[in-house]
Write a protein that binds this ligand. Structure first.
Ligand code: SAJ
Length: 440
């Protein structure tokens, strides 16, 4: 039985309207599906109803349909789920303070979905949140058994990892490759076909649920390890007067070298989190990971390495005044989850620095109490060093010629290696940076 797809007759519900869920819901609407978005945050619902995304993501233009019968958002599962053919769960999967996986959002959303399912409809529920292998089957299986719902008949379950890159218009919901894991190959192929309607990239069925869960985890753990290696190089090579960026650019001339960039640390809701999911799984399987914890230690140590480098540069200043350009975890987004700038700014503040922060994408109320927000980069003076902590486009457009009024000593620390040492030096600035030889 091939499950033909007529998007105009297919009702898709998306649970969790954040950086991943909202673009995904919009992509399904764009592809002609009937879309219902659900979020437990009334603030998010109201914001989306007014046509505005409830978060900052400069990389994506959100055109939220208003008054279109094929689009609606709500906080009410019971009015949406029974009429849905496909339900996507796109809720956060953070870690707890002790770095163990926090599946509370997945559990809560999945239970709300299953409690509202119409058992006659045979709805397909797809978990998209990043988890470790086994979670979909275990968590959704437990909930269905509690509720007396028969998986395979009254509801079908699958896993398809979200791979949207927030802040990056080239890797949005409509342009990333999709994979689908499902025990029922027909449903898996059908879902791959459904996703092929929303992405211009590939969409493929890869086998059982655990294969797709593991693929997503592997993607992100490898990224964390790759970044850790260049971060380690950034603490090694400058000791012999070599700029790690020059080395990496040279190495990148080899056809199969994967270029990454050293920086003040690794933030976000995926890359610094998923390795803990992997380590937890490896531990449970009796084969603890060796490589991932080491990579985590390197990456989590970068904010302090950067702070020590900056303090070393400022060793002759009594009460140094430091201006951080950027607080978000990555460029052109307002997302501060796990941002390394938190530890960087706290280490500088704890060492007696007065820390000023300018981030055009992050509201002042989101900044920690130990920093002083500034409205404009020029809105502060007598700065002893300017630090580029997030490579926002606005930070790259700073007019360094006139910026000496903000920082008379003309010292700049490039925490994201996004500036040109030659350009800054030609303007009379003393350039320092992660992985750049100098008094680090
Ligand atoms: N970073 C480096 N050096 C690099 C690349 C990144 O220091 O060479 C830092 C960034 O500054 C940031 C952190 O690592 O602090 C994570 O950066 P990222 O580019 O991986 O961005 P994320 O966290 O937004 O990762 C997203 C994730 N997708 C979703 O959240 C839906 C992740 O699953 C993807 O693997 C990743 O994009 C990707 O592949 O681009």
């Amino acid at each position: 039985m091939s499950m033909e797809i007529d998007s105009s007759q297919t009702h898709v519900a998306v649970v969790g309207l954040g950086y991943v869920g909202l673009p995904t819901a919009l992509a399904f609407h764009q592809a002609g599906f009937h879309v219902r978005g659900i979020d437990v945050s009334q603030r998010a619902i109201e914001s989306i109803k007014s046509g505005k995304p409830p978060f900052v993501d400069e990389g994506v233009v959100f055109s939220i349909p208003m008054g279109d019968p094929r689009w609606a958002v709500s906080a009410d599962f019971s009015s949406v789920i029974p009429h849905s053919d496909i339900v996507l769960i796109t809720v956060p999967t953070p870690v707890n303070a002790d770095k163990t996986p926090d599946l509370s959002y997945v559990r809560s959303a999945s239970r709300s979905v299953m409690e509202a399912i119409d058992p006659e409809r045979g709805t397909i529920v797809v978990l998209e949140s990043t988890v470790y292998p086994g979670v979909t089957r275990k968590e959704l299986g437990r909930i269905c058994s509690d509720l007396g719902i028969e998986i395979g008949k009254q509801v079908r379950i699958a896993y398809s990892p979200e791979r949207i890159n927030p802040g990056d218009p080239l890797h949005s919901a409509s342009s990333v490759d999709r994979i689908v894991g499902c025990d029922d190959s027909e449903i898996g192929q059908y879902l791959a076909e459904v996703y092929s309607n929303i992405t211009s990239a590939n969409s493929s069925y890869v086998g059982p649920i655990e294969v797709a869960e593991a693929a997503k985890l592997v993607e992100n753990v490898q990224r964390d390890i790759d970044i850790a290696f260049v971060n380690e190089l950034a603490t090694v090579l400058p000791r012999m007067g070599i700029d790690v960026e020059q080395v990496l650019s040279a190495a990148a001339t080899k056809w199969n070298f994967h270029r990454h960039t050293p920086g003040i640390g690794v933030g976000g809701h995926c890359i610094p989190v998923d390795p803990y999911y992997y380590s937890s799984l490896a531990e449970d399987l009796g084969s603890p990971s060796m490589i991932s914890p080491i990579a985590r230690r390197i990456n989590e140590g970068m904010p302090i390495f950067a702070a020590d480098s900056i303090l070393n540069i400022l060793s002759d200043e009594e009460k140094p005044r430091v201006l951080l350009l950027g607080f978000a975890y990555k460029e052109n987004t307002g997302d501060i989850r796990e941002t390394p700038v938190t530890d960087l700014s706290r280490a500088l503040s704890d060492s007696g620095c007065q820390v000023f922060v300018w981030d055009p994408h992050v509201g002042e109320s989101s900044l920690p109490i130990w920093v002083s927000p500034v409205e404009e980069p020029g809105g502060v003076s007598d700065i002893d060093i300017v630090v580029v902590s997030t490579a926002h486009d606005e930070c790259l457009k700073i007019d360094w010629d006139s910026f000496s009024e903000v920082c008379p000593s003309k010292r700049v620390f490039d925490g994201r290696r996004c500036l040109s040492p030659q350009d800054l030096s030609s303007k009379g600035w003393k350039y320092f940076g992660i992985g750049f030889p100098g008094p680090n």
